[in-house]
Write a protein that binds this ligand. Structure first.
Ligand code: ADP
Length: 539
């Protein structure tokens, strides 16, 4: 027997319809790329997204067509996602921090028809455009007054583009499994791969992000995604914040510590999210300026392991709850949160921060397992390492245009991460499978060593890579960037680490550098480091 409930496909436009109906005056505040703060509401976002949908439809954009965006987090970028998906077309976020040849590959591979871009990326697009023959038009997120001189094909200011129609338009109807968004993973080996979200996956994921043990979003929150819309689907905040009816604050292009601090305080941000590097910048600014956070309640930190020192500083100095989250582009992207179950709610001091180092437990819609290389399921004892595998309605089952099976016999996707899961379900990433240091047949977690090293008061950033060793196969090398005007010695650093790790995990050497390379999504680029240190030998 079938259920007798209505067919109400989970379509993205229902989110903005809901926000505009129930929370019409809730603010959407952006730091515009032109400079000034811009204020609008969910009601405005909906009206303008409808205009965009109408214009795209009029211009012959069809369901399934890919429309790229190359832009910072602003209301215009947000509207474009709703406008594009409202006619069954697909938003495809381009990450401007990628290498130029990767951007060209991605836009061509996806078959993008148009690019919507910020003023700050016009020069980049002009450089790339000769290699992008499929792009029919460039729409610049600005108005006529700020429109630059440009050679870009059929270039038009976004405001002019949407104002040529009247907004008298209805969203199109289609199946909830229709593709809605595309985002390429950075592809540390080989070409980047296209992840394709559906309307249904985005909505189910957004609901899981709102839940109390996830980011706990409500209409009383003011949510600021510092994580860009172009990084892993903006951790769903473009959908989950309007779904919750929360105020949305879009920080635009300025993501340095001072700018992030000012926007948090001026716009009363209560919840925010980004990778650790952003928070290191903010904490550094607070330390040097003596300023304190007065509004912020929760900060989600993920994308790479959140250093313990960051969690402790936020919670102990500034009274901001840290939610350590883990996920990946292929998971829409969030797969776990370090919020406290009753089993661990009484933990204090070191024990609490030991727990918060873990990436947390999976919400409903994410199933996890750890296995050995022969697919045997490993126990949830907090000690046994294994390959972390996941399945759920917002987890990829294939990559765009690639004919390879990426699921195991039980339908799980291999995350490429190595993890433990403890008896309470808290998962702890010990490494990327390819970054783990294999020493004498045992594994050393580069992430654990980095986390301890950045706890040293003179250390700004730390990275650990495996260096070939004649006896042990590989041994850890610790690479450090010091804080300004601090000059710790190798022995200072190693003495600090002593007692915090097993003796055989101790790095064999420490080198000091001015800069550690990062990937386009703000992670330490181990690949670049391994290349730079390929001739390094322990003395
Ligand atoms: P990209 O490499 O394109 O940035 P993702 O953002 O999808 O791709 O990266 C996902 C990977 O980032 C995960 O598989 C994991 O290795 C790492 N990661 C994400 N969050 C965390 C975290 N909280 N702790 C440790 N590693 C993390």
């Amino acid at each position: 027997m079938r259920g007798l409930m209505q067919d109400w496909p989970l379509l993205i436009h229902r989110v903005i319809d809901y926000a505009a109906l129930q929370h019409p005056h809730r603010a959407v505040i952006s730091r515009s790329v032109e400079g000034p703060m811009h204020r609008s509401t969910y009601s405005d976002v909906k009206q303008r997204a409808l205009k965009l949908a109408q214009r795209l439809h009029k211009d012959g954009v069809k369901p399934g067509d890919r429309i790229a965006t190359l832009a910072w987090n602003t209301a215009r970028h947000l509207e474009s996602w709703y406008g594009i998906t409202g006619i069954g077309a697909i938003y495809h976020t381009l990450n401007p921090r990628l290498f130029e040849d990767q951007l060209v590959y991605i836009a061509n591979h996806a078959g993008d028809r148009m690019i919507f871009l910020d003023l700050s990326f016009v020069a980049l697009a002009e450089k790339l455009s000769p290699q992008l023959p499929l792009i029919e038009r460039y729409v610049i997120f600005t108005d006529a007054a700020h429109m630059p001189q440009t050679t870009l094909k059929n270039a038009i200011a976004y405001e002019d583009y949407i104002n040529e129609v009247d907004g008298d338009f209805r969203w199109l109807d289609f199946d909830e499994n229709t593709a809605a968004g595309m985002c390429y993973t950075s592809g540390t080996t080989g070409h980047p791969k296209g992840v394709v979200y559906s309307h249904r996956s985005n909505l189910l994921h957004a609901m899981s992000v709102m839940m109390p043990d996830s980011l706990c979003l409500s209409s009383r929150d003011s949510v600021m995604p510092v994580v860009p819309l172009f990084h892993a689907n903006s951790w769903s905040l473009a959908f989950s914040a309007p779904m919750a009816g929360a105020t949305l604050v879009m920080p635009g292009a300025k993501l340095d510590g001072e700018s992030v601090f000012n926007i948090i305080e001026n716009e009363n941000v209560t919840v925010t999210a980004a990778v650790p590097t952003v928070w290191l910048g903010l904490l550094n600014y607070l330390e040097t300026s003596g300023k304190v956070l007065t509004k912020l309640k929760r900060v989600a930190i993920g994308g790479s392991a959140c250093p313990r020192a960051v969690t402790e500083a936020f919670e102990q100095k500034y009274g901001v709850e840290v939610i350590h989250a883990w996920g990946m582009t292929e998971m829409s992207p969030i797969g776990s949160y370090s919020t406290l179950k009753p089993e661990v709610a009484d933990l204090k001091g070191t024990a609490l921060y030991d727990l918060k180092q873990k990436q947390g437990f999976a919400p409903f819609t994410v199933e996890m397992k750890i296995t050995d290389d022969d697919e045997n399921i490993l126990p949830w004892d907090g000690k046994t390492f294994g390959r972390l595998k996941v399945r759920g309605p917002a987890v990829s089952k294939a990559y765009f245009g690639l004919d390879e099976n990426i699921l195991d016999a039980e339908g799980y996707f291999d995350t490429g991460d190595v993890a433990t899961i403890d008896v309470n379900g808290y998962m702890n990433i010990t490494d990327r499978a390819k970054d783990v240091i294999k020493s004498g047949g045992e594994w050393i977690s580069s992430i654990d060593l980095e986390n301890i090293a950045v706890g040293h008061p003179d250390v700004a950033e730390a990275a650990v890579i495996g260096i070939a060793h004649p006896k042990w196969d590989e041994r850890p090398l610790l690479i450090i960037v010091c804080k300004k005007d601090r000059h710790p010695s190798k022995d200072d650093i190693l003495a600090f680490m002593q007692g915090k790790i097993a003796k055989w995990w101790m790095p064999d050497d420490v080198v000091f550098v001015d800069d550690i390379p990062h990937t386009a999504t703000g992670k330490i680029s181990k690949k670049t480091l391994r290349d730079s240190f390929k001739d390094f030998r322990f003395s």
